[in-house]
Each structure stands twice: as C-alpha cells, then as structure tokens.
Design a protein around this ligand. Structure first.
Ligand SMILES: [Zn+2]
Length: 265
C-alpha cells in the first residue's frame, strides 16, 4: 500500500548543509504511512539527529519520539548559541561544562589542535565507527566527524559534522559550535597521546634535553602518560601566533595563557 499521509518539513540555517541543493530553504512534502517517530523522517532527509536542537510541530516544541501525524507542519532548527531554550524543549542533556571529544580517523590534525588548546580529545587513525560510538557513549564524549552517517547512530548524544576540510578552519568551527573559547587552556595536553601535561623540574629531566633547549628554556612540562617533554619555545609560540584572535578574546585569565606562570604554580 502506498504511503497516504503527508507532512511538511522545513529545515533552518546550517541544517540546509545536509540537504540536496534543490531541497535547501524549501518547504518539503514528506509522504509516510503509519506514525513514525519524527527522528526518522528528519534523518531520512539526511540531517543527523545530533545537529538538531529544536523541533517545532504545528507551533509546539516536540521531542524526537513525537509520532508524526498527517498534515503536520514541521520546522527543524540547529543549535543557536544565543537561543537558550528551556529544559522542557531540550532534545538532549546539556553538554558537560568540561566537554570531552572523540574524533574520527579523518581528523588527526584537528585532534592535535584541540589538544594544543587543552581539550581532552581522543583520536586514533585506526578507529572503527563502532569503536567511536562506544567511546562516545561510555565516556560521554562529543563525536567530531567528517562522516555525517556516523552521526545517525542513535546512541550518540552529542556530535558535530565538521564542515571545513582544512584543520585551521575546523578548529574555529568546533570552538564556535561548542562555545569553547572560555575553556581554552594551552599547554595542558600532550599533542601526541592526549595525556595531561604536568610541570616538571628542569633538573630532573636535564639528561633528556638537547644542549640548546637546556640553555634557553627554564619552564617544562611532561606528559604524565607518555613522558614526552614540552617547553615554551617549541609549541607555545606557534600556537600563540595561530590562535592570537581566540586568545585575545580570552585575556581575562592570563594565568591560563602564560606558560611560565602556569608552571610555577
Ligand atoms: Zn603523551
């Protein structure tokens, strides 16, 4: 029996990124039979549930389990940072005040940038999709991916389809999307393994330093996980240059930016 019910769907703002060109900014008719949960047609249009922040049906906010009815007019909205929606309308738990991430295999460079800025970011170049979903659920991590299909996995609470190809633009995108500016904490994570960096006494690592490093640098940090050593000159200057804009906005707490000060705490 052919589907006999019709509902109207419209997607707003960057949710249009997921639609085919002829569908963008259009009100679309959706044919269906029975009463599917509204999450199904939304994903049938190609929009991952993790990108949706608010669903309005006939003027009322609904949740993902709302059963679609014939004649429904559906408006689907992405995350609007300046729109603080009430708890009753919220489709999912709020993001933790200290968000943690897991990145797909395409995002190795972004993972390094994320760690550079202090964000707990798991990444391996051999992660399978199933492993990413499992980690996201068990460790309550936000999934960052270039593969939008991955975000259709039901179990994922928080995720984001990274649009940009270039890692520099990707980090800007992620910081903006999850409002991370105020959480930037440079030199807190190992770029290689995501371990936490702890201040280390120069005398205790002298034998591991190159002569020039020994001569010119005083403040050091060491990864508690893989024991790699970091110092102000090698990474911090590059990072300062790259993220000058972001860091300027965050000048309210200079102790988080000044590596020397941080290591003397
Ligand atoms: Zn490490």
């Amino acid at each position: 029996m052919p589907p006999d019910n019709v509902a109207e769907f419209r997607f707003y703002a960057e949710l249009n990124d997921f639609l085919s060109p002829e569908q963008r900014q259009q009100t679309m008719r959706y044919r269906f039979s029975g009463h599917p949960a509204i999450k199904d047609p939304i994903e049938a249009f190609g929009v991952p549930h993790t990108e949706v922040e608010l669903i309005i049906v006939n003027g009322q906010a609904v949740k993902f389990n709302y059963r679609l009815q014939a004649g429904d007019r559906v408006a689907v909205y992405p995350v609007f940072k300046r729109l603080n929606i009430g708890p009753l309308l919220r489709l999912r738990e709020k993001i933790s005040p200290e968000p943690r991430f897991v990145l797909d295999v395409n995002l190795g460079k972004l993972a390094r940038f994320m760690r550079l800025l202090g964000f707990d970011s798991l990444y391996r170049n051999d992660y399978q999709d199933a492993a990413i979903v499992k980690i996201a659920v068990s460790e309550q991590r936000i999934v960052l991916t270039r593969d939008r299909r991955l975000l259709h996995a039901k179990q994922i609470q928080h995720g984001y389809w990274v649009r940009a190809i270039d890692a520099g633009s990707q980090i800007d995108e992620v910081i903006h999307r999850f409002d991370l500016c105020r959480l930037i904490h440079p030199f807190a994570r190992c770029l290689v393994c995501n371990g936490v960096l702890a201040s280390v006494d120069k005398t205790s690592i002298l034998d591991q330093l190159e002569p020039k490093t020994k001569r010119y640098y005083q403040a050091f940090r060491q990864c508690v996980n893989c024991q790699r050593i970091y110092w102000e000159g090698s990474h911090l200057e590059n990072m300062r240059r790259r993220f000058a804009g972001l860091l300027t906005r965050e000048r309210t707490d200079p102790s988080e930016i000044d590596m020397t000060q941080a290591s003397n705490e």
